[in-house]
Ligand binder design. Structure first.
Ligand SMILES: NC(=O)c1ccc[n+]([C@@H]2O[C@H](COP(=O)([O-])OP(=O)(O)OC[C@H]3O[C@@H](n4cnc5c(N)ncnc54)[C@H](O)[C@@H]3O)[C@@H](O)[C@H]2O)c1
Length: 401
């Protein structure tokens, strides 16, 4: 969208016909891009969403942002490889290809470039430019978006580094050149691993605090008043999305493969964060037990199913994991999530509105994702039956994580 805005002619190539058709009709599937933005881009005549690889011909700059998931715990670069194969025949002398997908150090040079070279008959660096510039978007963050978040750039040689920095220099406020592609790849993994580890730290603290009878949120409020040396992270029902459950494992996988060693911080963080949905279920069970009710047959209303506030992304959502476990235990599950439609919700969960009637009828209400669009005043009226994993309700009002 930003490249269109600054005047480039942009081809949006994707293998997913549904997404391309949606964009072509001026509608967006991305949280931070409105339908209006997508329609304006298409209407400008300088944005062409397509599934036709022939439209890739003649590009000056190509940006590759395909998924990099895990398969059986190991990085799956199949989409990056496929994208490179599709792009390669269209690589010409002087063009620039940039990888943005999150991946382990060495991917650009060891996997991406050989495929571009093989399919084009040209040599990276000498004939065309190649670089790596990690995607840093924090979905739904209204303060930090694509434009004002500094963009790390790198290239396989000096000319590539300059071409990548020049391209993004037009699109974002600050470009930060990094000495090499490996450093840029690892910087992205470090950012996400740092977040993953610190969330695990406060999650484990939250569990111990509950057992010690100490309010973890008050502890965080207190510690966060220190103006240096402390950064606040929030406990919750686990981590989700495309980044935190995956990226740190790219790093630990590579350390194990290359050095034969264990990246212990990543392993511990995975262990703690992966356990959080089970912990939430244990607290739900305790709540119902206090009211002399079994999980089996109780009506549990889940507030929020996406992995993140104000987002519609359910990928690896811990809320979904909580739902799955409660369902297995026989709970009658209702969910209120204004960002989802019935088709997004797994079978067995009834999507409802967050009304007084629904809140009043539930044996227990569990806050899993604190979307702003939920009616928090109404939720608070039912506070004695609310278990809040997100610190949305005030201290002393409801039981919190
Ligand atoms: N979503 C985020 O907030 C975010 C933030 C930082 C980094 N990243 C990274 O960006 C990358 C993409 O993530 P995403 O969330 O946008 O994924 P996504 O699955 O939403 O989108 C990727 C798109 O790539 C398409 N695709 C797959 N193979 C293709 C191919 N060969 N040719 C053309 N298109 C192809 C898919 O159809 C899909 O539409 C990942 O590496 C991710 O880790 C994402």
């Amino acid at each position: 969208m930003r490249a269109v805005e600054v005047g480039h002619e942009v081809v949006g190539f994707d293998v997913n016909t549904t997404r391309v058709d949606l964009l072509a009709s001026g509608r967006s599937f991305v949280d931070d891009v409105s339908d209006g933005d997508a329609a304006a881009a298409v209407g400008s005549g300088r944005f062409v969403p397509t599934v036709d690889p022939a439209r890739l011909a003649g590009f000056d700059v190509a940006v590759v942002t395909v998924p990099t998931p895990l398969r059986d715990g190991a990085p799956d670069l199949g989409h990056v490889e496929e994208a490179a194969r599709i792009l390669a025949p269209h690589v010409r002398e002087g063009c620039c290809v940039i990888l943005e997908s999150t991946t382990y150090p060495g991917s650009t040079e060891e996997i991406f470039i050989p495929l571009l070279e093989a399919g084009s008959g040209l040599t990276a660096g000498r004939d065309f430019r190649v670089g790596y510039s990690p995607e840093r978007i924090d979905p739904s963050n209204r303060t930090w978006g694509f434009r004002n978040t500094p963009k790390l750039t790198s290239g396989v040689d000096r000319a590539s580094a300059e071409a990548v920095a020049e391209f993004y220099g037009e699109l974002v406020d600050d470009v930060v050149p990094v000495p090499g592609t490996r450093e840029a790849e690892l910087a992205k993994l470090l950012e996400n691993t740092y977040r993953h580890v610190n969330i695990a730290l406060v999650n484990e603290l939250a569990i111990f605090c509950n057992e010690l009878g100490i309010d973890v949120w008050s502890v965080l409020d207190a510690a966060a008043t220190k103006p240096f040396g402390f950064m606040r992270f929030e406990p919750g029902p686990g981590v989700g999305g495309h980044c935190l459950p995956i990226d740190p494992s790219y790093l630990s996988w590579q350390v194990r493969r290359s050095l034969g060693r264990t990246f212990r911080f990543v392993e511990i963080a995975n262990d703690v964060n992966d356990h959080m949905p089970d912990y939430v279920v244990s607290r739900v069970t305790a709540h119902l037990n206090r009211d002399k009710k079994p999980v089996n047959g109780s009506t549990v209303l889940l507030l929020g199913l996406t992995y993140k506030r104000n987002s519609r992304d359910v990928r690896h959502s811990p809320a979904m994991m909580v739902a799955e476990r409660l369902q297995k235990l026989g709970a009658n599950l209702l969910a209120a999530d204004p960002h989802l439609e019935a088709a997004d919700v797994p079978g067995g969960i009834t999507l409802v509105d967050c009304t007084d009637d629904q809140l009043g009828a539930a044996d227990l209400i569990v806050v899993l994702t604190d979307h702003d669009a939920l009616d928090w005043a109404a939720v608070e009226r039912h506070a004695p039956r609310v278990f809040d994993t997100r610190n949305r309700l005030a201290a002393g009002v409801a039981d919190r994580l």
